[in-house]
Design a protein around this ligand. Structure first.
Ligand SMILES: Cc1cc2nc3c(=O)[nH]c(=O)nc-3n(C[C@H](O)[C@H](O)[C@H](O)COP(=O)(O)O)c2cc1C
Ligand code: SF4
Length: 682
């Protein structure tokens, strides 16, 4: 008997029969190639079906002739695609799971410099993000599109799909028609909201009348989209009421934001509360004429999901990122193993990848979509005996390796110099936006220990300690050295004047009350975590300033992460000076003045009333043990930040890979003065 009785309850409503209340929200994976399924695409979906979800909604397919040739989307625009589509449907069905394909067109957001065709839209109004002016569709083209969507639905039905989700959210074409912000038409598809709904309504009718009586039609509708003349909650309720009154729709979900400054609303990050749209979903629920409602948006944990259903706010939970991070989420939740769920940390790395036209990736689940994602090789490969592996470092990479090695039957010892597991990630976990990070290394630590790994904390391992354990293999997961001194024009600034940010944050965590008036963070790395630290420091200082060399805040982060950051920065609690180089001079600092050069003008200016200074500088791999190990003939595997300071994904990935293969996947880091390490045989 599961503790999550609401999640486990089957749903029977009209045509919709689901074995439980957990469904996979549509996720663009970009795993398809040449409009065909790939092993990875099939594995991605079957893993989630096998993992217990009752329904998979796929990414959009190529439904319209104008979409033909989009290589990373499946072909539903011609009969030639049916056989291939049926492979996917059958694979998902074999795990007692339903499958819907998404019908959607991006409209004016479909801008691609390489594409010579102009994007189409209801009206020739510029896309809010790309600024490109689309071509307004002719009335006859819209009518043809309706027929084409219906024809695609027929093909999907022939391929064995249980139905389709028509996506009218996310600022895509149907949404563009619904919104007065983007639809200025004067034909029957434009005008008041009743007219603006026509394109979507007629598409629903066409799909319904050309498919069988049990074919499902789900709708993804816009809720608030952030545009001044766009969709608000009242409009959303009106649209939903009108469309669901037809008895043609089987399920409704609501999406927030659009292809605009509020794009990030659709993927709430860790700075947003969990399940942030529930209250509003509850208000919209009354507008669906009893058609089941799917709650969407940062539902991460089964307890939250259960609470959503128990509160009556929705009939189903739609999980996007939670199921990217752990395909087995549903089964684990429903079988009393929710503590083993690999949590989504709402970082939006996944979104960043697909926005760059790359295949889906996940910070906490590097194996996403691979055949071994659910069942990594269960035991020691035949070619390897049971080894004793000593891992130096209990950061994310170290414990990921330990979990994987111990599960694979190897004797595993972790020596960690800190008193707490987690390394750099443990600091990030205590900052705004760090929600959930602890679970990443926490889960691996628990898994490793359950599988028999020994983890010693507060142990600064020397070469002699490692030798005394007689390891068959050594893994260096020693992370990166904390930033050294702030370097200004080749001169090191004393660390008592400008300590590194990690050190400064450790002090701040221990400090009760206000630390001072005004802190300046000198940001030389352009990382989002500088901004998270700054947000934390607003609780310790009256004024927080970031002085950054980069020209755009957190330039390397995905657009949605930056949009969310800008929204927070607009609250004005942090002052950001971009495109600057600090020029700290001790005498000035003593009087509270910090000098800096503005790159664009070359002029030296000062920040006043500064009483604390810290800096985030590039990190160096911490591999001091390499030389001593090499002298003893030990050639360790080097993973994570010790190989090259990077991100969470690399740390988890390299830890897991070492555990799976006990083979090197990259050249180990070679420090300039260390003996040349070989291929990790030590
Ligand atoms: C990587 C990624 C790809 C997505 N692709 C689609 C898509 O193709 N179609 C769609 O309607 N929504 C897409 N979404 C939005 C999700 O369906 C969902 O609405 C959103 O992620 C919020 O749910 P979550 O918080 O559970 O992730 C995508 C989201 C992510 C993170
Ligand atoms: S990349 Fe980040 S946001 Fe996306 S699923 Fe993985 S953990 Fe969640």
């Amino acid at each position: 008997m599961t503790e999550f009785t609401h999640l486990a309850t089957p749903l029977k409503k009209g045509r919709l029969h689901l074995k439980n209340r957990i469904i996979h929200a549509s996720i663009l994976t970009r795993f398809a190639k040449n409009e065909q399924t790939t092993e990875r695409l099939i594995s991605y979906h079957t893993n989630r079906a096998r993992g217990g979800a009752s329904l998979i909604i796929t990414e959009a397919v190529n439904a319209l002739p104008m979409q033909a040739g989009r290589s990373q989307y499946l072909n539903a625009h011609s009969d030639a695609g049916i056989k291939n589509l049926s492979r996917l449907a059958a694979a998902v069905h074999s795990h007692d799971c339903h499958i819907l394909a998404q019908l959607q067109e991006r409209g004016r957001g479909n801008y691609d410099r390489k594409n010579q065709n102009r994007p189409v839209a209801p009206s020739a109004l510029p896309d809010d993000l790309a600024g490109v002016i689309p071509r307004a569709l002719k009335t006859s083209e819209i009518e043809q599109m309706i027929n084409d969507f219906a024809a695609a639905a027929c093909r999907l039905e022939r391929a064995g799909f249980n139905g389709v989700e028509i996506s009218a959210g996310h600022g895509h074409l149907f949404h563009q028609f619904l919104s007065a912000h983007s639809n200025h038409r004067i034909d029957r598809f434009g005008g008041d909201l009743d007219k603006r709904i026509c394109f979507l309504l007629e598409t629903i009718e066409a799909v319904r009348s050309s498919t069988g009586s049990d074919f499902l039609i789900a709708l993804k509708l816009p809720a608030e989209d952030g545009d001044q003349l766009g969709i608000n909650l009242d409009d959303a309720a009106y649209i939903s009421k009108k469309l669901t009154a037809t008895d043609k729709v089987d399920m409704v979900s609501f999406a927030w934001g659009a292809q605009n400054h509020a794009l990030h609303w659709h993927v709430p990050d860790a700075h947003m509360p969990r399940a942030p749209y529930l209250e509003k979903t509850q208000r919209l629920r009354g507008s669906t004429n009893g058609v089941p409602v799917v709650a969407l948006g940062r539902i991460v944990d089964p307890n939250e999901a259960e609470a959503v259903l128990a509160s009556g706010n929705a009939d189903l939970v739609g999980l996007g990122r939670a199921l990217i991070a752990d395909p087995n989420w549903a089964q684990k939740a429903l079988s009393g193993r929710s503590h083993t769920i690999r949590a989504c940390v709402s970082c939006n790395t996944c979104w960043g990848a697909i926005a760059k036209s790359q295949a889906l990736i996940c910070d906490t689940n590097p194996a996403v979509g691979h055949s071994f994602e659910l069942f990594p090789p269960p035991s020691i490969p035949n070619t390897l005996k049971r080894r004793h592996v000593v891992i130096i470092g209990g950061g994310v990479a170290g414990v990921a390796a330990a979990a994987s090695l111990a599960k694979n039957g190897h004797k595993t010892t972790v020596l960690h110099r800190g008193k707490e597991i987690g390394g750099r990630a443990a600091i990030a976990a205590s900052l705004p936006g760090g929600d959930g990070l602890q679970s990443v290394y926490g889960l691996d630590t628990a898994t490793a220990q359950e599988a028999g790994a020994k983890i010693e904390l507060g142990f600064e391992a020397k070469v002699s300690d490692i030798i005394s354990l007689s390891p068959d293999n050594v893994v260096l997961a020693t992370g990166a050295n904390p930033e050294g001194s702030l370097d200004v024009a080749g001169e090191a600034i004393d660390q008592t004047i400008a300590p590194p940010l990690t050190q400064f944050m450790r002090t701040a965590f221990r400090y009760n009350g206000l630390m001072g008036q005004h802190v300046v963070i000198i940001d030389l790395i352009g990382s989002i975590w500088c901004y998270c630290a700054a947000e934390y420091l607003t609780t310790k200082f009256n004024q927080v300033t970031i002085l950054a060399t980069e020209m755009v805040p957190a330039a390397n982060s995905p657009l949605v992460v930056r949009q969310s950051l800008l929204e927070r920065l607009a609250r004005g609690r942090i002052r950001v000076l971009l495109d600057c180089t600090a020029d700290p001079i001790e005498n000035e600092l003593a009087t509270g003045l910090l000098g800096f050069f503005k790159h664009s003008t070359g002029i030296r200016e000062t920040i006043e009333d500064v009483d604390a200074l810290t800096h985030a500088s590039p990190l160096q791999p911490r591999v001091e043990l390499l030389r001593g190990l090499a002298q003893q003939g030990i050639d360790p595997f080097v993973i994570g930040d010790a190989l090259q300071p990077r991100n969470l994904l690399s740390a988890v990935d390299e830890g897991q890979k070492i555990g799976r293969t006990l083979q090197n996947f990259a050249r180990p880091y070679v420090s300039e003065d260390s003996a040349e390490p070989g291929q990790g045989r030590g």
